[in-house]
Design a protein around this ligand. Structure first.
Ligand code: 6LW
Length: 488
């Protein structure tokens, strides 16, 4: 059974809202910047990224290096009184909960209003009939908020702790449906035990009665190809039907199963039965188009919004303005082991994919990497006369292959092949191949590495793989960056 996400690659903690016939969705982004990607759809299945909510350093309190899986956590996106509102937690030191608004979700978004009276993570926004705004956070607790000043009306009050004995009640979303207020939460931790539960009350602040069928969504203890399902948000379509977006992972390659793409966004229909939401089977996201190559020649002044860098990277270290038709990288951190390495990339969004990048390293050194975090990454790196493949797995770092490099630009290649497409009896989710390419496209393989070591089951954390060029010394000019989904 093939089950595809609606927003593939590391796009967890989805929050969704509808305005007329248009749907908007936002996700977590952790240590990467610009932060909080925003997507648009007309049918809930096909989504296009239209921007990022936090795309200016002034919107963040610190641009110092942020630890992997730190930084920007779960947002809530709502449309109220003609304005888009987004609340989100910045887990970096000096951060906290912030509220930003926009008339156009593609941006620009406002400077943040800081919410010092809103504790914890996973803030939600809901407005009652009197126009009061309720913020609900992980725990689960609640406080009333003045959205214009950020002031709260007292200490947050616990409204529901989820299923007795369960762990990590979080990701609350509060909705008014008919005569009830529904409090949807995630429980069980974001790993295999993850799930969604719900409670209801006649008032926004409880008391809440738990749904007898909780968890209303969980794939725990099943062999469903999508695991870790939880952290959902509900939306009602213009035709009156209800839907839930939620995160899930696609582990593969034997037991326990490994996933490298992080937690992705999935969709399922919702029916209301006896006043409770019942979640249906996952609706498949779009099929990748075989042979469709996403190509970036860096001819435009701005980068596509799917390009992200580590938060500490100043804009002048990744720029299209220095050399026409190139992305120029200036090295900051000296290797991918550093949390401030100059590494612009895009999320790996397909189980099998092919990437190529032409690098001019005459002014320094750098390469093409697939990064899970600073302790887990594979890369092919070039300097004046050498190309080498580097594997970093936890405390171990090794050069696993070397070859001579001819003068002039070099085309580096990265092919990731899902295990399902290999059938060679080995385990692990995929194989990661590095090599160099000739003008005619011929790929000379230098190393083939087991992808399991770049997965959440090995590395932990909340993110997924990001693929892109990087610089470790001086200046590197990148051209002809291509990313191609491969159909296993
Ligand atoms: C997020 C929490 C969670 O804040 O993981 O899956 C945390 N749920 O709700 C990081 O994504």
């Amino acid at each position: 059974m093939t089950v595809r996400p609606i927003v593939p690659g590391f796009h967890p903690d989805p929050s969704v809202c509808r305005v007329g016939d248009d749907y908007y969705l936002a996700c977590s982004s952790f240590e990467y910047f610009p932060a909080v990607p925003v997507f648009h759809s007309r049918d809930l299945i096909h989504w296009t990224q239209i921007g990022n909510v936090l795309d200016r350093p002034s919107q963040l309190k610190t641009t110092a290096p942020v630890i992997s899986s730190g930084g920007i956590y779960a947002p809530t996106l709502r449309h109220h009184d003609g304005l888009f509102h987004l609340v989100v937690t910045d887990c970096a030191p000096g951060g906290g909960n912030i509220l930003v608004t926009a008339t156009d979700p593609a941006g620009p978004w406002s400077e943040p209003i800081r919410l010092p009276g809103v504790p914890g993570i996973d803030p939600d926004l809901a407005w009652d009939e009197d126009g009061a705004c309720w913020v609900t956070v992980a725990g689960i607790s609640q406080v009333r908020l003045d959205t214009t000043t950020g002031a709260t009306d007292g200490p947050a009050r616990c409204t529901w702790s989820g299923t007795p004995g369960g762990k990590a009640p979080e990701a609350p979303h509060l909705y008014r449906v008919g005569d009830w207020w529904y409090l949807l939460i995630a429980e069980g931790g974001t790993e295999r035990g993850h799930g969604v539960s719900v409670a209801r009350s006649r008032r926004p602040d409880g008391p809440f009665e738990a749904c007898p069928a909780n968890p209303i969504l969980s794939h725990r203890s099943t062999d469903h190809p999508v695991q870790n399902t939880g952290h959902g948000d509900l939306v009602q379509a213009a035709d009156g039907t209800w839907w839930m977006v939620f995160l899930g992972a696609r582990p593969d390659g034997g037991t326990p199963g490994w996933h490298g793409l992080g937690r992705e966004t999935f969709l399922a229909p919702v029916e209301w039965v006896d006043g409770w939401p019942v979640i249906g089977e996952i609706v498949n996201g779009p099929e990748p188009v075989d042979g469709h190559v996403e190509r970036d020649d860096f001819d435009a002044a701005t980068l596509h919004p799917h390009w992200i860098s580590l938060r500490a990277t100043p804009a002048k270290h990744v720029t299209t303005r220095e050399r026409a038709g190139h992305l120029t990288l200036h090295a900051l951190g000296r290797s991918l082991d550093a949390p401030d390495v100059t590494f612009p990339g895009r999320r790996q969004a397909h189980l099998s994919c092919r990437t190529r990048a032409e690098l001019d390293v005459s002014g320094g050194s750098g390469g093409l990497a697939v990064r899970l975090d600073e302790h887990h990454h594979y890369a092919i790196e070039a300097e004046a006369d050498e190309v080498r493949v580097i594997a970093r797995i936890g405390p171990l770092r090794s050069v696993v292959a070397r070859s001579d490099k001819a003068p002039g630009p070099v085309v580096l290649g990265l092919d990731i092949t899902a295990r399902t497409a290999l059938d060679d009896g080995r385990t692990g989710p995929d194989v990661v191949r590095f090599g160099t390419c000739q003008e005619d496209g011929t790929f000379t393989e230098l190393a083939a590495l087991d992808g399991r070591y770049l997965t959440t089951e090995v590395a932990g954390g909340f993110t997924g793989r990001v693929i892109g060029p990087y610089a470790t010394d001086g200046r590197v000019d990148v051209d002809r960056f291509t990313y191609e989904p491969l159909i296993p």
